[in-house]
Design a protein around this ligand. Structure first.
Ligand SMILES: NC(=O)c1ccc[n+]([C@@H]2O[C@H](COP(=O)([O-])OP(=O)(O)OC[C@H]3O[C@@H](n4cnc5c(N)ncnc54)[C@H](OP(=O)(O)O)[C@@H]3O)[C@@H](O)[C@H]2O)c1
Length: 287
């Protein structure tokens, strides 16, 4: 049995779907059973309703599992919660944890979110469990957050200057997680994964224009305006500062490389941005 956390989110749902497609027996720990039923019951996942911050819920979800995906959303408590999950997994007899981390998570990072991921990676590496780190670049699915202005104004606003990313589709991340959980030889490996192309956001806009059939413009947003806009969605000051710091780093070129790891692991090319836009065209086309 494999436990999938974050199974109603972007990467966890993609991982759960891949595992079910492969015929794996999985359990998902979710807060909202209705969301999970829509996504997964048809595929036969065992659904456990619970909260990953509650030890008893984690223990219930981990019982009888040999492997687990550890995926938590960003918060000031993320490190503490990931450490608790790792401890409870050890106690439950789990053998292998696959952790969703990030490409920016390196030893000397000063950025709050990557620093949490790095510290959680270190904790997992020292735990005695088998581990695999999945370290993606910027998600293509982040652009769904810009769908409203792309639809209504044919523009999107981000404070990323000429910063480049090898952005990756979360469906590829799910497929890599599935391979790490079910394939062989993935223990003690850290996989930096990216999409196929290194693009700045002007080039991202060009790809949108090409697929949607009309001009889409990228507007380099002042960091203060981005912060103001984001503050409507993020309740915690810590989270707001952490995301702004991360975007500042991307603008400076902090995610400026691609890897061939998706192709090496999956035997196929990663999904290009054009395909992502085509698959989500309804969200981006004007009404
Ligand atoms: N965005 C990027 O470009 C990027 C790049 C690299 C790495 N990352 C990393 O990706 C991770 C987030 O992955 P994602 O974007 O796939 O996540 P996501 O779409 O935000 O989904 C988060 C998932 O966690 C669940 N969850 C949240 N709090 C929970 C709780 N207390 N108990 C149980 N489940 C809970 C959510 O359930 P509900 O549906 O109930 O909310 C949801 O299934 C972060 O660690 C981030 O650092 C992001």
């Amino acid at each position: 049995m494999i436990l999938v956390t974050g199974a109603t989110g972007k990467c966890g749902s993609a991982a759960a779907k891949e595992l079910l497609k492969k015929g794996e027996v999985i359990r998902v720990l979710v807060r909202d059973e209705a969301k999970a039923m829509d996504l997964l019951k048809a595929g036969g996942a065992d659904i456990v309703v619970g909260d990953i911050s509650q030890q008893a819920d984690i223990d219930g979800a981990l019982a009888g599992c040999e492997k687990a995906l550890l995926l938590l959303p960003n918060s000031e408590q993320q490190l503490e919660l990931e450490k608790m999950f790792i401890e409870r997994a050890k106690a439950a007899g789990v053998k292998h944890i696959v952790k969703l981390s990030s490409m920016e998570a390196v030893a000397d990072t000063q950025l709050p979110i990557p620093a949490i991921h790095w510290a959680a990676e270190e904790y997992l590496r020292a735990s005695g469990l088998d581990w695999t780190m999945i370290k993606p670049s910027f998600f293509m699915q982040n652009l769904l957050g810009n769908a409203v202005t792309i639809k209504s104004m044919q523009k999107f606003f981000l404070p990323l200057g000429k910063g480049k990313t090898g952005m990756i589709d979360c469906r590829d991340i799910g497929a890599v997680i599935c391979e790490a959980l079910t394939g062989t030889g993935h223990e003690s490996e850290s996989y930096e994964i990216t999409g196929p192309e290194l693009l700045d956001f002007y080039q991202v806009a060009d790809h949108f224009s090409e697929v949607l059939g009309h001009k889409i413009e990228y507007v380099d947003q002042p960091p203060e305006a981005f912060r103001e806009q984001l503050s409507q969605f993020l309740a915690s000051e810590w989270h707001l500062n952490a995301v702004c710091a991360l975007f500042g780093e991307i603008a400076k070129g902090g995610l400026g490389h691609t890897t061939d790891t998706v192709r090496e692991l999956l035997g196929r090319k990663p999904i290009p941005l054009q395909q992502f836009v085509r698959n989500h065209a309804a969200a981006f086309q004007p009404d």
